[in-house]
Design a protein. Structure first.
Length: 257
């Protein structure tokens, strides 16, 4: 029963991953915050939600990245430039998450989403330069994106997509790159969370809740290619509006609870 419930969450997360390049964490984290207590996970709920979300991003990111790769939407110089910082940031974010209370993490997560959503409507996000130069991408941006992403349990698309569009990358390519960039964040953070497990979670993979991971991953992997196809069919303005609306709705839900 648990796997079926979380599979429904995975369907929405998978579509979001392919469509927006966000790794699905914006869906899975708030969903698990609500669902985990229903399945008797009452201790360290938020930390379990973050760790499980990051683990589920791994197969989702692989599938959505492959879809964007087939459509020639991934710029490999961007991946190479940002990946080292993303890995280091993923580890830093886990360290911060483990030493931050659940109450603080929830509030920070909610306002973080509102901030990202508002930035999508700013002039700098609506317009980009005519020519993209790889030198304009700051490698240290990967460190910041990786840290905040692993701290919040998301794949990084909430920051990497707006950042790359701002730097001049076409939105579809920014989404494609973001889908892949979620992989180094998720891998490093998942390993860190697993190695830092508490005794009571040793049998279930540390902070990673296996029934949720299985359900979300299976469903997300199946539907992620559909999200990729939609991403390359919808116009740029529509993508940005959908992305912003998604963030606002999730943020209000998190803060209100």
């Amino acid at each position: 029963m648990e796997i079926v419930v979380f599979a429904l969450v995975g369907i929405i997360a998978g579509l979001s991953a392919g469509l927006f390049g966000i790794g699905g964490g914006l869906i899975t984290v708030p969903a698990m915050i609500f669902l985990l207590p229903l399945f008797s996970v009452d201790s360290h709920t938020y930390h379990v939600a973050i760790a499980t979300s990051l683990a589920a991003i791994i197969p989702t990111a692989i599938m959505s990245s492959y879809g964007h790769y087939k459509k020639h939407a991934i710029r490999w110089p961007v991946i190479i430039r940002l990946t080292p910082g993303l890995v280091a940031g993923g580890l830093c974010g886990v360290f911060l998450a483990l030493y931050t209370s659940q109450a603080i993490l929830k509030v920070v997560f909610g306002f973080f989403l509102l901030l990202v959503a508002s930035n999508m409507f700013r002039r700098s996000m609506r317009e980009s330069v005519d020519v993209f130069h790889i030198q304009s991408v700051n490698p240290f941006a990967g460190l910041a994106i990786g840290t905040i992403s692993s701290l919040m349990g998301v794949g990084g698309g909430t920051m990497s997509v707006p950042y790359l569009v701002w730097k001049g990358l076409k939105v579809h390519q920014a989404i494609g790159c973001s889908a892949f960039l979620g992989l180094p964040i998720a891998l490093s953070a998942t390993v860190a969370f697993y190695l830092s497990r508490f005794t009571e979670y040793e049998l279930t993979g540390g902070y990673i809740y296996l029934p949720a991971l299985i359900g979300i991953s299976l469903a997300a992997v199946i539907v992620a290619p559909l999200g990729v196809n939609l991403a390359h069919k919808l116009p740029v303005k529509t993508l940005k509006k959908l992305f912003s609306i998604l963030l606002i709705v999730v943020a209000i839900k998190i803060i209100a609870d």
